[in-house]
Design a protein around this ligand. Structure first.
Ligand code: G6P
Length: 613
């Protein structure tokens, strides 16, 4: 979703802003803008042509003032107000001498706006964000500096936000503040930086600092100072990063999604590396829960959004089956508003690739408030979620740029399964031989997925034949149901095809009424203890004329005999199958989307990081 970048002290601030905005593109945006402070005036360029706004900004660089001292830039994903130029950030105050960029939502903006309007301010957008520019105008008029003005404003704001501001009266200052939404600070060679995402700064500096909730930073070319809402100075808190910018490039693939599909074997191996051994032992030292803590847990609640939620479904089955641990799964946005009954023996595991998804973050915070222990399972070191939780487990998928989750999802599943195995060994619910078998299975996932990736062309051939599909129904049981849900999500997200997933056992309770010769049914029919049941469901939809795509085990002639198209995967233990079985479905969605000419890395209306509710 939205991205913020700010720079002061650079000889070419616009170039820094544009490069950083390009690195933020992956989050998803529908408009973008930059503002530069130059010789007592602000120069601004904004554009709202989806996917091309940065080109427009680059093209305008020739008109930009060459002597600018500082600037801020923003990519916007519309929430309040349509994706049109006048709603794009940065926003000005009435005088055009203050500019702000904002991520998140100012919940009380209407109330604040009513007051400002009564004081004579006029607005030029429909956004919630613009209100902050006018509030700053009011505070600056009292003679306060920019950072002090922002501090006063933050005290009045409700909601989640990251803010960066510049003004002409302090031409080399960027003031920044945050609450819940991330914002980091950077410094290098007399240049000061502000960004909402580490990715935006990795090409520039590795000297990074955190900004905590309700802290306000004054960033100057040679110094950064931070105060709390109380106005008292705070220490700068260094931020560690592990990603390499090179890892975030396309490396010759047509798109990031294709690159990331191919990276899954490595991502799985990296995620499990050093944490599991062939003898069935596990090491999750970073978990920061003692053996005694783990013993006290009597229930696990897994929460997440989108693909992360679907990964949780596989996690639950492993927790119940291996660790005999009562486990529930809930969509984070529902969980956070429920009157969930949690106790000190409940462990709430929040799963989020980005560690920034606002609903997942608040679900975890709510769980803490209600006395549960919390664990973050995320791909981003030091992310909001990681910092909020009692314990953290990192997937090691590396940066994922494509909006549709691929390697993140696969590694979330593997990490949850590893956690389930870890709990099982600590609780003694598995025999030595069983845990050895599971650990060997987990360790072989990377190789199995590499084998599946070797067959991508065959899956893409199926996708070509289905390029014109209209309605697709995914059916699965047990772990296959999570795979079906994730497969349907991929097809919706990328190919814009109506795709629904059902537990196969529910077919007769409604969905079957939709099945006729126009329907395409993708059945998750790899061999497992419910295979015969899925076969019966296949027979039911075939009898009504549906085209059946069977995701099945290699060489399974019985399934091949009844299906119209096959997506074969190698033999894999049933509970470990989701991370393998999802790959052909990623390829199916990718292939159909490409056949339709869709942008697979940046599907319409979607954002990689959902930072608003
Ligand atoms: C967005 C993305 C999905 C992702 C979901 C949760 O909807 O488009 O791919 O699964 O957010 O993201 P998270 O970062 O919390 O895993």
């Amino acid at each position: 979703m939205c991205g913020i970048i700010g720079v002061t002290g650079a000889s070419e601030p616009l170039a820094v802003l544009l490069d950083a905005l390009a690195l933020l593109e992956y989050r998803g945006y529908d408009s973008a803008g930059v503002v530069l402070v130059d010789d007592g005036a602000l120069w601004r360029k904004r554009d709202a042509v989806r996917g091309h706004s940065l080109d427009t900004l680059r093209a305008a660089a020739a008109e930009a003032p060459a002597t600018a001292t500082a600037g801020i830039g923003h990519t916007r994903w519309a929430t309040h107000g349509a994706a049109v130029e006048h709603n794009a950030h940065p926003h000005f105050d009435c005088t055009g001498t203050v500019a702000i960029a904002h991520n998140g939502i100012i919940e009380n903006y209407q109330e604040l706006w009513d007051k400002l309007q009564a004081e004579g301010h006029t607005r030029s957008s429909e956004t919630d964000s613009e209100v902050v520019a006018h509030m700053l105008e009011r505070e600056l008029a009292t003679g306060a500096g920019l950072a002090e003005s922002l501090r006063r404003c933050v005290g009045e704001l409700r909601g989640d936000f990251a803010l960066a501001a510049v003004c002409t009266s302090e031409p080399d200052v960027i003031a920044a503040a945050r609450r819940t939404s991330p914002l980091i600070l950077g410094r290098v060679d007399g240049i000061g930086l502000v960004a909402s995402d580490i990715a935006a700064l990795l090409g520039t500096t590795r000297t990074l600092f955190q900004l905590a909730d309700d802290e306000i930073a004054e960033v100057r070319p040679g110094s950064i100072s931070v105060v709390g809402l109380d106005g008292l100075a705070r220490e700068l808190e260094p931020l560690e990063v592990g990603w390499d910018i090179v890892a975030a490039r396309r490396d010759g693939y047509d798109d990031f999604m294709s690159k990331e599909i191919h990276e899954q074997p490595r991502a799985l191996r990296d995620t499990l590396m050093g944490r599991i051994h062939a003898d069935g032992t596990t090491e999750l030292e970073e978990l920061s829960f003692s053996a005694a803590d783990l013993e006290e847990i009597d229930r696990v609640v897994l929460v997440g959004c989108g693909s992360a939620y679907y990964a949780c479904l596989s996690g639950r089955i492993a927790l119940e089956h291996w660790a005999k641990m009562p486990a529930e799964v809930e969509i984070a946005s529902e969980f956070r508003y429920r009157d969930a009954v949690l106790g000190e023996h409940t462990l709430v595991v929040a799963v989020s690739q980005s560690g920034e998804t606002v609903d997942t973050f608040h679900a975890l915070r709510e769980a803490r408030r209600r006395g549960a222990r919390t664990l973050a399972l995320t791909n981003v070191v030091d992310s909001l979620l990681a910092r909020e939780a009692d314990g953290v487990l990192y997937t090691r998928a590396g940066p994922e740029i494509g909006v549709a989750s691929t390697k993140s999802h696969a590694t979330q599943i593997a990490m949850l399964q590893l956690f389930a195995l870890h709990l099982a060994t600590k609780r003694g619910t598995l025999k030595g031989e069983e845990s050895r078998e599971i650990s060997t299975g987990l360790l072989s996932l990377g190789g199995l997925v590499a084998g599946v990736i070797g067959q991508l062309d065959r899956y893409l051939a199926v996708a070509r034949r289905l390029a014109d599909v209209q309605d697709v129904y995914f059916l699965g049981r047990s772990v296959g149901y999570g795979v079906a849900l994730e497969g349907a999500l991929k097809l919706k997200e990328l190919a814009y095809v109506r795709a629904e997933a059902y537990p196969a056992g529910e077919l007769k309770h409604g969905p079957i009424a939709l099945i006729d010769e126009r329907a395409v049914v993708v059945a998750i029919a790899n061999r497992g203890h419910l295979w015969e049941k899925v076969m019966a469901n296949i027979a039911e939809v075939k009898a009504r004329g549906a085209t059946v795509v069977a995701l099945c085990t290699e060489g399974d002639e019985a399934t091949a005999a009844v299906a119209d198209h096959l997506l074969e995967i190698p033999v894999v233990a049933e509970l470990l199958s989701p991370a393998v079985a999802i790959v052909p479905l990623q390829a199916l969605a990718y292939g159909v989307a490409r056949e339709r000419g869709n942008d697979v890395d940046r599907p319409r209306n979607l954002a990689k990081v959902v930072t608003v509710e």
